[in-house]
Write a protein that binds this ligand. Structure first.
Ligand code: RP5
Length: 163
């Protein structure tokens, strides 16, 4: 779902190469009927775009930001430093260090500027979508029901015994 910004969730990522991972967040939000916008915003290659996005995110109508990046992954923390909106960080799995660099770059924020850090890779992106929906659901009974249905279906899908 693309949009001009008047949608509740922004999914941003440091590079086109992050999209295969971050698409999992978009897919989960689609599943739960949550509108989202997707953008490439690099802390290192497009710093001015980063500032414009982060400073304007709240006025653009976003309620939650999902930010994914790999390697020296400054994006989530830098965005969080420029907006009061909740920022969920997804460490993208890097080639050199399998995402441990991304994880530590994102999770070790100094006190005062939080980033809600998810797991490395696709699981983290999927859960970022779920967590963004859960945050929005605190003020949206219909979304709460969709989230509950998703979880109930997941529970129902687990067999008692292995096949
Ligand atoms: C980071 O560098 C991006 O988030 C990406 O995960 C990583 C590699 O980027 P590319 O060289 O593939 O563009 O900034």
């Amino acid at each position: 779902m693309a949009g001009s910004g008047a949608v509740p969730v922004a999914i941003i990522m440091g590079s086109q190469s992050d999209w295969a991972t971050m698409k999992c967040a978009a897919d989960m939000l689609d599943k739960l009927g949550v509108a989202h916008d997707t953008r490439i915003v690099s802390a290192h290659r497009t710093p001015q775009r980063l500032v414009r996005f982060a400073e304007g995110a709240a006025d653009a109508g976003f309620k939650v930001i999902i930010a994914g990046a790999g390697g020296a992954a400054h994006l989530p923390g830098m965005v969080a430093s420029m907006t009061h909106l909740p920022v969920l960080g997804v460490p993208v799995q890097s080639k050199a260090l399998s995402g441990q660099d991304s994880l530590l770059s994102i999770v070790q924020m100094p006190a005062g500027i939080p980033v809600g850090t998810l797991a490395i890779g696709e699981a983290g992106a999927t859960n970022a979508g779920l967590l963004a929906a859960a945050i929005l659901a605190t003020n949206d009974p219909a979304l709460t029901q969709r989230l509950k249905s998703y979880r109930a279906a997941q529970t129902d899908g687990v067999a008692e015994r292995p096949a």
